[in-house]
Design a protein around this ligand. Structure first.
Ligand code: 1CP
Length: 341
């Protein structure tokens, strides 16, 4: 059902899955995490990554599983090692110059990330047929920010500075990330992924000229690359926080669907986006954390505005760790009841 909805078919039911539906808010994930080494060790252990992917599926009536991995496995595969320091987020040795870009390798994605694809195969084999497997990657701009800043950032000053000062060097970096990401997405499809999502978490910090060059351009080329090999796999783009630039993203990149952050107005999404692409979203994860009446009211508004066209219920960003799992069950049940499924 998810696949059909994302391709724009008017399905009778509204599919639902949640970004970060696996992870720390689940006690069984915290228990698994105690038995594994680092976060990356977990991502690279096929049985354990498959287990983390399947945990929310066992607990909840979801329409899709998203492979348990991370967007930063791609720089790791390109020869820029990533580690996740507890409580600090990702740490990479920041790219410094053209020489460090030239040293990146794009052709060992399939071998370095073989355990990730093995996890996808295990998950697909264990999933009921009606539940879709979603593969994903970071979009090149967002991945580039981590590679240049050496981790998370507040202002992306180094990355934007590089893009402005040395456009050819920066484009060479984006082209390398694009090539590695295309290989990563296609390998996930070969391993059983039926939907792909591109996370462009930092698309919202760019002006329109940068957005066109650093978000729309690379996304359009990646989508075309995937479509050439896997035309039947729908692609969801998530250019978080980009405001009315969602309209250009939906019209120009070739994605089948856009995932909306919580700030996108519902009526605007219905009139400006939904005629062109399927939409997914956009409950504020904090309302899932709070639960109860506030969550129910806003979910009703989202469904009323968007369920008339191709629509997938989701959050506007990932589940936050203190979320009570019971609220997830409550949300799914209210979406099922409201849409007669
Ligand atoms: O167990 C832990 O403590 C590690 C926490 C964690 C988890 C559970 C990280 C570290 N990544 C993940 C898994 C993850 N990351 C998934 C799994 C599937 C699911 O959704 O259930 C996905 C899709 C991602 C994607 C991801 N990683 C994004 C894009 C989405 C978003 O959140 O905007 C980004 C930006 C990352 C980078 C990342 N990974 C982890 C951290 C702490 C960060 C940095 C986030 C930041 O800079 O704020």
């Amino acid at each position: 059902m998810l696949v059909r909805t994302l391709k724009g078919e008017a399905t009778a039911q509204v599919p639902i899955w949640l970004m970060r539906q696996a992870g720390r808010y689940l006690p069984e994930y915290r228990a698994l995490r105690e038995k594994t080494g680092s976060f990356l060790d977990l991502c690279y252990s096929p049985e354990q990554a498959a287990e983390a992917t399947l945990q929310p599926i066992r607990r909840f009536d979801l329409d899709a599983a998203i492979l348990f991995s991370d967007i930063l496995v791609v720089p790791d595969a390109m020869g820029q090692p990533v580690r996740f320091a507890p409580g600090e987020g990702p740490v990479l040795e920041a790219l410094a110059d053209r020489v460090s870009i030239d040293a990146l390798i794009t052709d060992r994605v399939e071998s370095h990330l073989a355990p990730v694809y093995e996890a996808a195969r295990l998950v697909r084999a264990a999933l009921p047929e009606a539940i879709a497997l979603i593969g994903f990657a970071g979009a090149p701009w967002t991945v580039a920010t981590y590679m240049i800043e050496g981790g998370s950032s507040r202002d992306f000053a180094r990355t934007k500075g590089w893009a402005a000062r040395d456009p050819e060097g920066f484009d060479a970096l984006l082209a390398k990330i694009e090539a590695a990401t295309l290989r990563h997405l296609l390998a996930q499809v070969r391993a059983g992924a039926q939907v792909l999502q591109l996370f462009d978490s930092w698309a919202g910090v760019l002006d329109e000229a940068f957005f066109e060059r650093l978000v729309i351009g690379p996304t359009k080329r990646l989508v075309a690359g995937v479509k050439a090999e896997a035309p039947d796999v729908p692609i969801v783009g998530f250019p978080k926080g980009c405001g009315i630039l969602y309209a250009r993203y939906a019209a120009e990149t070739g994605v089948d669907a856009v995932s909306l952050d919580p700030a996108v107005p519902l009526d605007w999404a219905a009139s400006a986006l939904q005629p062109h692409v399927a939409v997914q979203g956009n409950l504020d994860p904090i309302l899932l954390l709070i639960g109860g009446e506030a969550m129910a009211r806003r979910s009703g508004q989202i469904l009323a505005a968007l369920a008339g066209g191709p629509f997938v219920f989701n959050l506007g960003h990932g589940v936050v760790p203190p979320t009570p799992p019971e609220h997830v069950a409550e949300l799914i049940s209210l979406v099922r009841k409201a849409t007669g499924t």
